[in-house]
Design a protein around this ligand. Structure first.
Ligand SMILES: Nc1ncnc2c1ncn2[C@@H]1O[C@H](COP(=O)(O)OP(=O)(O)OP(=O)(O)O)[C@@H](O)[C@H]1O
Length: 254
């Protein structure tokens, strides 16, 4: 069943003015439950705008979008941003509990379980300021999964981290995702990252159209050192280079 359905979606900023800017142009796709889908594309192609529309902080100009739960209740969304936005005056565990509806034993147990999954089971009573940037982002990831969302939106969660930390977090994200099988929409600039993590990659092109919708059919867990992963990464990168060559104005913006 589709958790996210995007149907003929358009977004124009400043519609009807001299500065009218069409950012998403008749986009249609859906995301089935328990799949990990990445949205990639050059800077300015509308990735963040699409996420903002999915999460409801931005309106769309036309078309339709819906997020559904599997049991008919209002769909619950979870978010992981570039910056984990932890409240510095709350401990790690209290940051995790802050976004939960209930403060009962089941919820506390779930929060501790997700903290464990990201390797921070012993850090629940730490203050955010006592953690490294990578550890803070792990808390952000655990916090989002612990909400048990119908759809988890991740907006370039590793882009502020150094390459080694990001690689470790990608491996951890794969593990936590394999255990929880949440439906994820993940935005990234990084095709290599997208191939490592995703069941499917939707490539947006400048002007906000879907250029390609690529199925990534590789066994998990995937590691950078795996030749099959590296081969597919090279192939998808080559396809993006082709897109850039076809739209020369992109080259300057990537
Ligand atoms: N609130 C807004 N008002 C007007 N224009 C906007 C607004 N938000 C975004 N835009 C424009 O929409 C286009 C797409 O922006 P968006 O941030 O969605 O792209 P992106 O693919 O996420 O880029 P990046 O990868 O650099 O984050 C850009 O031309 C941007 O200037």
């Amino acid at each position: 069943m589709a958790v996210l359905t995007v149907n003929d979606l358009c977004k124009t900023f400043g519609a009807g003015t001299a500065r009218s800017n069409r950012v998403l142009d008749h986009i249609s796709f859906d995301v089935r439950g328990q799949t990990f889908v990445s949205i990639v594309g050059p800077s300015g192609c509308g990735k963040s705008t699409l996420l903002n529309i999915i999460s409801g902080v931005e309106t769309h100009t036309s078309g339709a979008i819906s997020v559904t739960s599997d049991d008919g209740r209002p769909a619950r969304l979870g978010y992981v941003f570039q910056d984990p936005r932890l409240l510095p005056w709350r401990t790690v565990r209290k940051n995790m509990m802050y976004v939960q509806d209930k403060d009962d034993e089941v919820t506390r147990g779930r929060v501790d379980r997700y903290l464990d999954m990201v390797g921070l089971g012993k850090h629940g009573d730490f203050w955010p300021g006592q953690l490294s940037g990578g550890m803070q982002q792990r808390v952000g990831i655990a916090r989002a999964f612990a909400v048990e969302p119908d759809l988890l939106i991740m907006d370039e969660p590793f882009s502020h981290l150094d390459a080694i930390t990001a690689r470790g977090l990608r491996a951890q994200l794969q593990d936590i995702w394999a255990q929880s099988k949440k439906t994820v929409v993940f935005v990234t600039h990084d095709v290599v990252e997208a191939v490592e993590l995703s069941d499917r990659i939707i490539v947006l092109q400048p002007g906000g159209r879907i250029y390609e919708d690529i199925t990534i059919d590789l066994p998990r867990p995937r590691r950078q050192s795996d030749p099959a992963v590296a081969t597919l990464q090279a192939e998808v990168l080559a396809r993006l280079e082709k897109m850039k060559a076809m739209t020369p104005q992109v080259a300057a913006s990537v």
